[in-house]
Structure formats: structure tokens, C-alpha cells
Design a binder for this molecule. Structure first.
Ligand code: DOR
Ligand code: ZN
Length: 338
């Protein structure tokens, strides 16, 4: 097979940052995706309808030249202080989900949730209003390789307590979380990133320290990666693409206190085709990138398409000041310009 036509992919988890760098990151994203869930851990954070409406406008402006039909799907950062009117106001400007960051577990999450039960009243409102809850599932203070598995009980608790709430367990990194998502009711689904399909902890610290692979949650054991690959390749609609593409300037990664995040937007689709091909699952890729997420979020499936061709190309070492995933490597598949 030398070419493949896919639905124009949706990214159900992307970081676009703010200010001038955001413009370049948007341009990279819209070359590969027709819609994206835009994460709210900006500086300052997305916590009001006004801020979110402005941010959405800036994203649309940045996308206009490259992809005038790009649709940003907006999110807010969860805290205990929202009223129902706040949530309705945010929905009116395009918010589809709220993001639960446990305090301190990742980039710009110092203001995250420190008291689990304190957000229950807001989550109950989200359930009533049909807003999706996106969860960064890592337990603060736990040992770094156990943060996700220790958080599973909280996701279970939320699923039981709020049976009509749609919950997305974001960027799975463990076999235990894969099993939990399979086991839990239909209102719980999960995103899987490109880099967690490819990497284990060895790719960060196995031979040398590779700061551009450092991300949260940490990629873990080969058995965890295998479980993620099986889930993605299985055609189970609970698992869909959310890249967690998270650009940090090269100098913010190559320093003594490097930021977590892998910049996968410039290479996501070519790598996914390669990985699904290796897993003999190319027939499952269209739903993974174009149907399951839309169905779970309750938005129409895209009617647009994207073509990739088998044509080797070398990933640039630097894209918009960021070192992308697979920098300098030759990939087999390329997005076709036509
Ligand atoms: O590696 C990560 N980077 N994980 C996250 O959860 C956040 C993200 C970021 O914003 O940089
Ligand atoms: Zn993220």
C-alpha cells in the first residue's frame, strides 16, 4: 500500500500556549487536524468565558491562512469556584469540556485541584449540563511511576458518583489504566498519545538523558506500552487519539530543570500510520483518529479527509523553536499536499 486516505483527524488533547509562539503552534497543528480540544493550562489559565472567547478568536486568526475551517474545541481549568451560570457562559463561547489537573502534577498545574471532594459540586453541574470532564489522572505526591495507577480509584469514584458524566482519562500510560477504562461503564473513555504508543522509560533515561522525550505522565514499562498499543489497535471505541502535543522552547527543555512535554503535532499522523502499519492495524486507524472521539464527545464525525503517501522524509530538528518528536529521523509516511 502506497497511500492511505483517512478522515481529517481530530486531536482530543492539544496544548497551544499563548502569545506570539501560539501562532506558530496553531499553524503546525492545523496541517494535521481539523478539530482539537485545546487545553486550558495557559498563562494565565482559562477560567472565564471572556478569556476563553478571546483565546478562541486568537486561535482562529492564527489558523485562518493555513486552515480556515479549523475548529478549536475549548476547555476550562476546573476549580471549586464556578457557578452554574459561569459554566453556561463558557459553553456559550464554545467550551465543551473542563480539565481536572491535580495540583502540581504537570506543567502549569500549581493552581490545580488539591481537595478532591471540593470540586464535586462543579462536577455535578457539568454532568447536568453535558460538559465532558477531562482528567489528568496522576496522584500528587505518589512515586512518579505509580502516580497514574494510584489515581485510578479516583476515576472509578467519579464514574460511580456521576453516572451520566462523560469522563476522559487522558493520555494513558499504564496497563492498569487501560484495564480500568475497559472495565468501567460506557461514560468513561480515554485518550492515547502518539508518544506513549512509541516510548518506554528507556527512551527518556535508558542510555542517555533525552529531555525532548520527558513528559507527564512518564512513559513506563514495555508491558504498559504493549497494553496501550493493543488498546489503540483493537478498535474499541473507548480509546481514541489525544496527542497531548505540548511545545516547550528548546532552551526550556535543555536545561537543569526541564519542562515536561513532547511536541508531536508536526509528526503525529505520519508516525501513527507507521505504528498502526507495524501493528497490522491500519484498518483501525480511521476510527481512532476520526470517529471514536467525536462519538464520545457527541459531535458530528468529520466529513473531510486527509491523504498520506509512502514517501520518506526527514523530520526537521527544530520547528518553531521546539525540537519535535522524532527530530532528525526519517519517517516512511508523509502527508500529501493535495
Ligand atoms: O508532558 C506534559 N506536558 N504533560 C502534561 O500533562 C502537560 C503538558 C504541558 O502542558 O506541557
Ligand atoms: Zn496535556
Amino acid at each position: 500500500m502506497n497511500e492511505i486516505v483517512l478522515p481529517l483527524p481530530d486531536d482530543f488533547h492539544a496544548h497551544l500556549r499563548q502569545g506570539e509562539p501560539m501562532r506558530g503552534y496553531v499553524k503546525d497543528l492545523v496541517k494535521e487536524f481539523g478539530r482539537a480540544i485545546v487545553m486550558p493550562n495557559t498563562v494565565p489559565p482559562m477560567t472565564s468565558a471572556k478569556a476563553i472567547a478571546d483565546y478562541k478568536q486568537q486561535i482562529l486568526e492564527a489558523a485562518r491562512e493555513t486552515a480556515p475551517n479549523f475548529e478549536p474545541l475549548m476547555t476550562f481549568k476546573l476549580n471549586p469556584n464556578y457557578t452554574e451560570q459561569d459554566l453556561k457562559d463558557m459553553m456559550a463561547v464554545g467550551v465543551v469540556a473542563g480539565k481536572y489537573y491535580p495540583a502540581g502534577v504537570t506543567t502549569n498545574s500549581q493552581d490545580g485541584v488539591s481537595d478532591f471532594e471540593s470540586v464535586f459540586p462543579v462536577i455535578a453541574m457539568m454532568e447536568r449540563l453535558g460538559l465532558v470532564l477531562c482528567v489528568h489522572g496522576e496522584e500528587p505526591g505518589a512515586f512518579c511511576l505509580e502516580r497514574e495507577s494510584k489515581f485510578i480509584a479516583r476515576v472509578e469514584c467519579l464514574a460511580q458518583k456521576f453516572p451520566k458524566l462523560k469522563i476522559v482519562f487522558e493520555h494513558l500510560s499504564t496497563a492498569a489504566a487501560v484495564e480500568a477504562v475497559k472495565r468501567l461503564s460506557a461514560n468513561v473513555a480515554a485518550t492515547i498519545t502518539v508518544h506513549h504508543l512509541m516510548m518506554t522509560l528507556d527512551d527518556i533515561v535508558g542510555d542517555a538523558l533525552r529531555p525532548h522525550h520527558f513528559c507527564k505522565p512518564l512513559p513506563k514499562l514495555p508491558t504498559d506500552r504493549m497494553a496501550l498499543r493493543e488498546a489503540a489497535f483493537s478498535g474499541n471505541p473507548k480509546f481514541f487519539l489525544g496527542t497531548d502535543s505540548a511545545p516547550h522552547a528548546k532552551e526550556k527543555k535543555e536545561c537543569c530543570c526541564g519542562a515536561a512535554g513532547v511536541y508531536s503535532a508536526p509528526v503525529a499522523l505520519p508516525i501513527l500510520v507507521q505504528e498502526f502499519e507495524r501493528g497490522n492495524a491500519l484498518d483501525k486507524l480511521a476510527d481512532f483518529v476520526g470517529s471514536f472521539g467525536a462519538d464520545f464527545y457527541g459531535i458530528p464525525r468529520t466529513t473531510k479527509t486527509m491523504k498520506l503517501v509512502k514517501e520518506p522524509w526527514t523530520v526537521p530538528e527544530n520547528v518553531n523553536g521546539v525540537v519535535p518528536l522524532a527530530a532528525g529521523q526519517i519517517l516512511d509516511w508523509k502527508i500529501s499536499e493535495v
